[in-house]
Every structure is written in C-alpha cells, then in structure tokens.
Design a protein around this ligand. Structure first.
Ligand SMILES: [Zn+2]
Length: 75
C-alpha cells in the first residue's frame, strides 16, 4: 500500500509551520522582555540642548556636559 500523497505534503508543511510559530513566539517573548527590562530615561538638557540617557529612572539627572539638572523628556 503506497503512502497517501496528501499526507506526504501536509505533514512536512504542518511541521514547518509549527516550527515557525514556535520561533515567532520565542522571538516575541524575548523582544517583549528586553523592552520591559530596558528601564532607561531620555533627558534633554534645557541649557545646552545635549541629549543623554540615564539607566536609573530619576526625576532629575545631571547633564554630562554642563552639569545642569534636567527632567526626562519621555517615559
Ligand atoms: Zn547641558
């Protein structure tokens, strides 16, 4: 009895699809975790217009160029 031609095509396709889905899910989880763990604030100096980031989320951060205290521009 020869193998069913439809199952010969469908089985590898289903396997490939399953692997792709697993990879996509893993990628999504990794990217989401990375974004969530990236707790960095962007600051723009009001005095010298220098843009810099601070790893800690602080209400005020000192500008590395002119030492002026600035508030974060966005969360
Ligand atoms: Zn500055």
């Amino acid at each position: 009895m020869p193998a069913d031609p439809i199952s010969l095509i469908v089985a590898p396709l289903a396997l490939a699809l399953g692997i792709l889905l697993a990879l996509a899910t893993t990628y999504d989880i990794v990217v989401f975790r990375r974004r969530k763990s990236k707790d960095e604030s962007v600051y723009r100096c009001a005095r010298c217009r220098h843009i810099y980031t601070e790893h800690r989320r602080t209400p005020l951060a000192r500008c590395p160029k002119c030492e002026h205290q600035n508030e974060p521009t966005r969360d």
